[in-house]
Write a protein that binds this ligand. Structure first.
Ligand SMILES: C[S@@+](CC[C@H](N)C(=O)[O-])C[C@H]1O[C@@H](n2cnc3c(N)ncnc32)[C@H](O)[C@@H]1O
Length: 218
């Protein structure tokens, strides 16, 4: 049994991206424009994670999806492409400024008609959504403090057999540091514990980017 994942140097990471659905022209332009934001660019998901989201969306045959945390739109673009032309993706974010960039690139990719963007605190938007299980796939990638609250709002709204993904669940390794008592670290730990004990789902954590929880609603 291999216990230790292969360490990912910068060169190996580039190799992994290049050989696993590298970003196309639209995605490359979105990465480049997001990079001009400076420090905030770190919020964007990585190209390998984007490729994974597109493939998973296709593999599950998802038609309706929800995203919490859109930023400049890379993950939404990845999911929208996986949904196909008749799919619908609802995106929740609070930033007009960042999502303006997203809208431009969605238009360039020809997926803008599949995406509805709702601006405002995601918890408020979520509680205003109908209660019934309407979504085939949900991606949670917003403020850590609300991760568990998002989870509780999302699970009842996912169809049986549907998928819930949560990003950054390893939180750069901070989740296992006993001296790290920051509120954000505790929030990620709390979410991970909730998923582990939630018998409405079966779930696993994938070592992609900063850790991705992949859950299937029973
Ligand atoms: C990590 S980024 C999302 C990255 C995005 N998934 C991508 O692929 O580039 C987190 C996003 O959550 C948004 N956000 C933070 N707090 C929020 C809240 N309370 N309600 C809605 N969105 C929020 C931020 O504006 C930011 O765009």
């Amino acid at each position: 049994m291999t216990r230790t994942p292969t360490p990912l140097s910068d060169e190996l990471f580039d190799y992994l991206c290049v050989n696993g659905s590298p970003p196309d022209a639209v995605q490359s332009r979105l990465i480049a424009e997001t990079a001009t934001l400076g420090h905030e660019a770190r919020l964007q998901i990585s190209p390998d994670e984007g490729a994974f989201l597109t493939l998973l969306t296709k593999l599950t045959g998802a038609r309706t999806a929800l995203e919490i945390g859109t930023f400049t739109g890379y993950s939404a673009l990845a999911i929208a492409r996986g949904l196909g032309e008749d799919g619908r993706l609802t995106c929740l974010d609070i930033s007009e400024e960042w999502t303006r960039i997203a809208r431009r690139h969605w238009r360039a990719a020809g997926v803008q008609d599949r995406i509805e963007l709702r601006l405002g605190p995601a918890l408020d938007t979520l509680t205003s959504l109908p209660d019934e299980p309407a979504y085939d796939l949900v991606f949670i990638d917003a403020d850590y403090e609300n991760y568990t609250a998002y989870w509780e709002q999302v699970v009842p709204r996912v169809r049986p057999g549907g998928v819930i993904l949560v990003d950054n669940v390893l939180y750069h390794g901070r989740v296992i540091d006993p001296d790290d008592t920051a509120g954000t670290t505790q929030a990620v730990r709390q979410l991970n514990e909730r998923v582990r004990t939630d018998d409405r789902v079966e779930a696993t954590m994938i070592h992609i980017a900063d850790g991705l929880t992949l859950a299937r609603k029973k």
